[in-house]
Every structure is written in C-alpha cells, then in structure tokens.
Design a binder for this molecule. Sequence first.
Ligand SMILES: NC(=O)c1ccc[n+]([C@@H]2O[C@H](COP(=O)([O-])OP(=O)(O)OC[C@H]3O[C@@H](n4cnc5c(N)ncnc54)[C@H](OP(=O)(O)O)[C@@H]3O)[C@@H](O)[C@H]2O)c1
Length: 257
Amino acid sequence: MSPSLSALFSLAGRVAVVTGGNSGLGRTVAQTLAAAGADVVVVGRDRARCEATVRAIEADGHAAAWVDCDLSHRAGLDDHVVRFAKPFGMPDILVNAAGINPRPPIEALDAQTWDRTLEVNLTVPFLLAQAVAPTMAQRGWGRILNFASLQSVRAFGRSGAYGVSKAGVAQLTRVLAEGWSPRGVNVNAIAPGFFPTPMTQPVFDDPARAQALAARTMIGRNGAPDDVRGAAVFLASRASDYVTGQVLFVDGGFSAG
Ligand SMILES: NC(=O)c1ccc[n+]([C@@H]2O[C@H](COP(=O)([O-])OP(=O)(O)OC[C@H]3O[C@@H](n4cnc5c(N)ncnc54)[C@H](OP(=O)(O)O)[C@@H]3O)[C@@H](O)[C@H]2O)c1
C-alpha cells in the first residue's frame, strides 16, 4: 500500500539541522521543515537571530533548538556536529544553507577572500555531509539538501569566488549523491534565483537592477521567501525517495531562458 500524500511529505519523527537557519532562505527552510513535523536545529553565528528564529518556530507549536557557531573554522567542525546532535540526536536531514558572498570586483578578488568563500560555501557543506551521512546510511534513510545558485551556471558581476563555490556545490551534490544514495541518503540542491535577503541587499537596494533581473525570469518577478518552501519539503521528505543528485532551480525560469 502506498503511503498517503500527507505521509509522503511529512517530516514527523525526523531531525533536521539547518546551517544558515537564522536568516533569509535558511530561516524559511527551518520554519518550513518544522511545520512539516521535523525537530529543527538552527545554526548560525548570530545568537540573537538564532534565538529569534527558534522562538518563531516554537510559537507556531513546533520543536526547535539553536547552536551558535562559526563554520568557517574547519578545526572546530567535529565539535559543532556534536553540539548539533545534542538537542534531538543526529540529524536525518542536513540543510547546508549557510553562505557568504563578499562581492569584490574580479580585479580586487584576493586569495584570502577566495579561500574564505570556498571554505564556507563549499568545503563546509562537504565536511558536514561527511560527518552526518554515515549515521543516516546506518539508518537507511537520510537527506542532504545543499544551496547551489543561479550562479552555479551563470557568471554575474562581483561574484567570482561565490559563483565558483556554487558551481562546486552543484557538483558536490552529484558526487555525494553518487556515494551515499545506495544507502538511502539522497543528496540534492536547491538553486535559487534572486531572492531579497541580507545577502542580496546590495542588489535589491538598486530597484532598477532588481527589476532588470526580474525581467530575465520567465515568470516576471524575483523570488519571495515562500517560493522555496515546496522544494524544501519535497527534497527533505519521502516524496523525493527516487530523486537524487539533482539541482532544482527555483528561479522563475531564469536559468531556462
Ligand atoms: N538570496 C538569494 O537570492 C540566493 C540566491 C542563490 C543562492 N542563495 C544561497 O542561499 C543560502 C542562504 O542565503 P541567504 O540569501 O538566505 O543569505 P543570508 O540571509 O545572508 O544568510 C546566510 C546565512 O549563512 C550564515 N553564515 C554565514 N557565514 C557563516 C559562518 N561562518 N558560520 C555559520 N553560519 C554562517 C548566516 O548566519 P550568521 O551571519 O549568523 O553566521 C546566515 O544565516 C546561501 O547558501 C546562498 O548562497 C541565495
């Protein structure tokens, strides 16, 4: 007997860790996975924003906890993973949403900025996946959901290291999927178009630029936070049991034009 549609999309009994869960798209995903039934651990550096996100989730009647940590220090990652597991146990779902985009023009892009961007956006998702996937594989079910970008496949101004890191995330998604999917751990990515968040404030502060980007989508507008909710639940739930190694563009058709 096939599961009901609500069981297919339910995250009841699952534990989700969402890096970058205290802001922007990560926050929307954290709230959405909690609404779908998961116990959610919100991860970020800014304590106040972590606490505020958890309070908002709890106010909606769901369980959440937060861990404040700086993921850019590779040496501390194992300790961070131990802290992620404290509230609810090791995760069934890892969402790698933490990211940075320092935006220097290409001629000013130095090695330090390059290294930091690649570390936070690409190496940390890899290392966190390696840390949590073995437990998921032992259980026979897990989900890793990365955040790629329109910039995985398109070059935009002032985004050199960021675009390269996001191209890497797309391929990381495929190689992790190749390795872990036979043991029930599906790995996919959401590739958003342009959404107004703290990261994209420089874009949205310029209405003409934001409108020009909207005009390049097929739907005719930039993203709104709620636009990632359906993709997140789909890729975090049993509904995507036969979907792995995919980059799902949530971009109003921008990348298809
Ligand atoms: N917004 C868009 O249009 C768009 C488009 C394509 C892809 N994306 C991707 O979507 C994801 C979410 O981005 P967003 O737009 O929602 O940006 P955002 O609001 O700026 O969120 C970035 C998140 O990353 C966390 N973070 C950054 N550095 C960290 C570190 N060293 N340690 C721990 N956490 C760290 C931040 O928390 P703290 O500051 O508290 O550490 C914050 O929660 C990113 O991967 C981004 O690349 C966004």
